[in-house]
Design a protein around this ligand. Structure first.
Ligand SMILES: *Cc1c(COP(=O)(O)O)cnc(C)c1O
Length: 401
């Protein structure tokens, strides 16, 4: 029986609904479900298998390792690896039937050699850098590269061509990238080259520019309910939970946390929650991008000094929104429960608004699917998730120290 103090609860039924609703919205356009980064923190295999069951045509991962992991788990859907590979990884691509992103000819050469030896074809998508400044061939070089790939490498199947938007919420920038991509496609068409799967959209672009859907869209954030949508019914499938493990009354004028960053202004009841920055609770990192960002950061710091916090420093306990006080520790945070001190007990569940993406791998993931509850490896099915919280009315009357 699992009895964790902190866990991520993922409702796979909701992920499934999100995927199905996105599919419906897309019509005949293929859906590539992005499951990189441990499915944005939700757990790679459970989400990938759920997405496939719910109609995802492709899956997208960043690394060869993620792709191999999913193949070993039995996922047979096309798997596009976004990062370009090293030439020595060519054998992995073929052994595990992955689809490689290609930005240069040396990788094509390596894939072709291995494929020829095995009498197979390596499936590739060529990536075009239309403005992101990361992976991809620049549009000016791409037409020639693609022509060479098609004419010189018999064991390569050029299935796709794609680009990635750097600022999809900006129409002008996105159209500039899209037009660069489409003019390359046109140049190729003029040379008699038609590539089956052309794709450019991430979540935000898929919502904002239906005219850019082309043959496939690559959707991550939307599946996880991380971007709002008027067009598609999307729900948040997960919540980050921990529990109160200690309660205490502090007098006025008592410091809280490392660095003495917070001092109580009145008698304060605190709850210690075993969830800190190691687990994924954000600490502010001073990384301003320009003057406005710097100013925002400064204002936040000043408000923080006066005890006014942004929403990311809130924790929900028994329906009340409570502030996290002082500096967050490595594996703990301290929550002000003064306003609910008569209705908070050791063992109570705390919902945190940490970023799921930052959630430590060590936090247990608990899944709900079609009335069943199970953990990541499906080893220990628990009866219900509410087992983790002592039922209301039977809570231990722990004295506040
Ligand atoms: C992460 C990623 C996506 C998904 O972006 P979202 O904004 O989460 O939809 C799409 N394409 C590529 C290449 C990516 O790396």
């Amino acid at each position: 029986m699992i009895n964790p103090t902190s866990w991520l609860e993922v409702d796979l039924d909701k992920i499934s609904e999100n995927v199905k609703n996105i599919k419906k919205y897309l019509g005949s356009t293929r859906l590539l479900a992005v499951v990189k980064a441990n499915a944005y923190g939700h757990g790679l295999y459970p989400v990938a298998s759920c997405a496939v069951e719910s109609g995802a045509d492709f899956l997208g991962v960043s690394s060869i390792e993620e792709g191999i992991f999913l193949r070993k788990k039995g996922i047979s859907q096309p798997l596009l690896v976004f990062n370009t590979i090293l030439p020595e990884q060519a054998a992995d691509v073929l052994d595990y039937g992955l689809t490689a992103t290609v930005c240069s000819l040396d990788v094509v050469q390596a894939l072709n050699e291995v494929a020829a030896r095995q009498n197979k074809k390596a499936t590739i998508h060529v990536k075009i850098d239309t403005g992101f400044g990361r992976f991809g061939a620049l549009p000016d070089h791409a037409a020639e590269m693609i022509r060479l790939i098609i004419s010189n490498f018999d064991n390569i199947y050029l299935e796709g061509i794609y680009t990635h938007f750097s600022k999809a919420n900006n129409e002008k920038i996105t159209y500039k990238q899209f037009n660069a991509f489409m003019s390359l496609v046109e140049t190729l068409n003029e040379q008699g080259i038609e590539i089956p799967i052309k794709h450019v959209c991430n979540s935000v672009a898929a919502l904002n520019y239906p005219e850019m859907h082309l043959d496939m869209v690559r959707v991550g954030n939307l599946i996880y309910g991380m971007v709002p949508s008027k067009e598609i019914a999307i729900t948040n499938p997960s919540k980050i939970c921990s529990r109160v493990i200690f309660l205490k009354n502090l007098p006025k004028g008592h410091y809280i946390g490392y660095g003495n960053k917070y001092k109580t202004k009145k008698p304060t009841t605190i709850a210690v929650v075993p969830f800190g920055y190691f687990d994924g609770l954000e600490v502010y990192v001073f990384q301003p991008n320009g003057f406005l960002d710097g100013l925002k950061y400064l204002i936040k710091q000043v408000l923080f000094r006066f005890g006014i916090y942004s929403s990311s420093r809130k924790a929900n306990i028994n329906g009340a929104s409570c502030y996290i006080l002082g500096k967050i520790s490595m594996q703990n945070c301290i929550v002000d429960v003064t306003k609910i001190k008569n209705n908070v007990f050791v063992g109570d569940v705390v919902e945190l608004s940490a970023r799921r993406l930052n959630l430590s791998q060590s936090i247990v993931r608990i899944y709900h699917r079609a009335g069943r509850v199970f953990s990541e490896n499906d080893i220990t099915p628990a009866e219900t998730a509410s087992d983790f919280a002592p039922p209301a009315g039977q809570r231990r009357e722990t004295s506040i120290g």
